[in-house]
Design a protein around this ligand. Structure first.
Ligand code: 6PG
Length: 465
């Protein structure tokens, strides 16, 4: 009998997705460019797994219409593989890209595969290694009918929340990868918010790592419960195998990135939207790599003196500030998706998207339940920050965000994302953001005109008579 699905690319994510398919009873064909990876997997002796050295044999082993899931690195390798597959696949076969591809590449590939009558889906998959194996959150984009053909496969391996699979049709062509991109952008912001909370607790509150682990564990018992908070507590407790001390303190203070956060920020600028928290998080990772400059600058200036704080009160203030930071990060990310939905005519269902983020993915959090409900109650909600429930949360926590932001600045604890959250809320709240002066300057030097508050129409003033 033929294999039901082919997984192309068997490194960590591909291998674990394959095992997930097998655990759900599917017969899986596997192919990897370097054959020994396939061999290693074959040696593990999975009953429903057949590995291939030859790509043609791999394709021939599949039931029609063939379903091939690419689990390879985003970038040129995808195009190379697509070109190879075009020569082997037949009309109606389905190629799915399960990696973190840039959504505009997915739109392009969808186009050229369509010319060959091969169906192409861009599928966002989140959840890391464990998620891939036990149940990720899945964001398929492409033609609806084609997605429906593969949904039984995807639903079977997806995480479940309240019995429902964390997988839903997202929208045409690049929509699935777009939503995954924004998911990752929010992930960047949330990770940085936690890093800032950690740094504040450490530098201003003088908490030890194990005390902080307790703090994050206690946050995880509140409305802030989330996967990222949970792993942060675990990280703070972890011991180093070499020294027996806490591992976190031995990790170099430089963060890497593979591009999804940057793409989110680029797309934000392109769309005239504001995801300042995601942008600040991307730049924080970039700046963390300015090793020599940081070294030079660090020896020029002393650390500012921090004010004594009551640790118990302070950790609660930080919790509230983080809560609000997180809300602003999600609100900005969802507003970006809302705009993209209009711009690309994708008809994104934001409530459904929030619902499939509730389990399996990296940004899974109890907060998503609130977000889901906001959109369910009001499909046309322009911005999450205008939802009644969210307004209540903002009212309860804004003062803490203000206090913590100012303590961060006074204490010299770099907190670009927390302070961006504060700034963004102030930009929205404050009736005056100084843009009147900007318009006046523009009109002054370039006759770019301005509008008046008391009259309709476009004005220009002779500033220097
Ligand atoms: C996920 C993660 C996953 C991965 C990214 C993060 O949803 O499972 O987002 O896609 O961790 O590669 O990328 P960076 O390397 O850019 O942090």
């Amino acid at each position: 009998t033929k294999n039901q699905i082919g997984v192309l690319g068997l490194s960590t994510m591909g291998k674990n997705i394959s095992i997930n398919f097998m655990n759900r009873g599917f017969k899986v064909a596997g192919f990897n460019r370097t054959y020994h990876v396939t061999e290693e997997m074959m040696e593990e002796g999975y009953e429903n797994f057949q590995g291939f050295e030859n790509l043609n044999d791999f394709i021939d082993s599949l039931e029609k219409p063939r379903k091939v899931l690419l689990m390879i690195k985003a970038g040129e390798a995808i195009d190379e593989t697509c070109v190879q597959l075009m020569g082997m696949l037949e009309e109606g076969d389905i190629v799915m890209d399960g990696g973190n591809s840039y959504f505009k590449d997915t739109i392009r590939r969808h186009g050229y595969m369509k010319d060959k009558k091969i169906n192409y889906l861009g599928i966002g998959i989140s959840g890391g290694e464990k998620g891939a194996r036990n149940g990720p959150s899945i964001m398929p984009g492409g033609n609806r009918e084609v997605v429906e053909e593969v949904l039984p496969f995807l639903n079977a391996i997806a995480a479940k929340k309240d019995g429902e699979p964390c997988c839903t049709y997202i929208g045409p062509n690049g929509a699935g990868h777009y939503v995954k991109m924004v998911h990752n952008g929010i992930e960047y912001a949330d990770m940085q918010l936690l890093a800032e909370s950690y740094l504040l607790l450490k530098k201003v509150g003088h908490f030890t790592n194990s005390e902080m682990a307790l703090v994050f564990e206690s946050w995880n018992q509140t409305a802030l419960k989330s996967y990222l908070v949970e792993i942060t507590a675990k990280i703070l407790r972890e011991k180093d195998e070499i020294t027996g001390l806490e591992l976190l303190d031995f990790i170099v203070d430089r963060a890497s990135q593979k591009g999804t956060g940057k793409w989110t920020s680029m797309e934000t600028l392109e769309q005239d939207q504001n995801t300042s928290l995601i942008g600040a998080a991307v730049l924080a990772r970039v700046t963390s790599n300015f090793t020599e400059l940081k070294e030079a600058y660090g020896s020029l200036f002393d650390e500012p003196m921090t004010k004594e704080v009551n640790p118990y009160v302070f950790q609660e203030e930080v919790r509230k500030a983080y809560y609000l930071g997180k809300i602003v990060a999600y609100a900005q990310g969802f507003a970006l998706m809302k705009d993209a939905s209009k711009r690309y005519d994708w008809n994104l269902d934001l409530g459904k998207i929030a619902s499939i983020f509730r389990a399996g993915c990296i940004i899974q959090a109890d907060l998503l339940q609130v977000i889901m409900k906001s959109y369910e109650d009001n499909q046309d909600l322009e911005n999450l920050l205008l939802d009644e429930e969210i307004i209540k949360i903002v009212r309860r926590n804004i003062q803490s965000l203000r206090v913590v932001s100012s303590l961060a600045i006074r204490g010299g604890v770099p907190s670009p994302v927390l302070t961006s959250a504060m700034t963004y809320l102030d930009q929205l709240r404050s009736r005056s953001v100084g843009a009147n002066l900007i318009q006046a300057q523009r009109d002054f030097f370039g006759a770019h005109t301005f509008e008046r508050i008391d009259q309709e129409g476009i004005n220009h003033h002779e500033w220097e008579k």
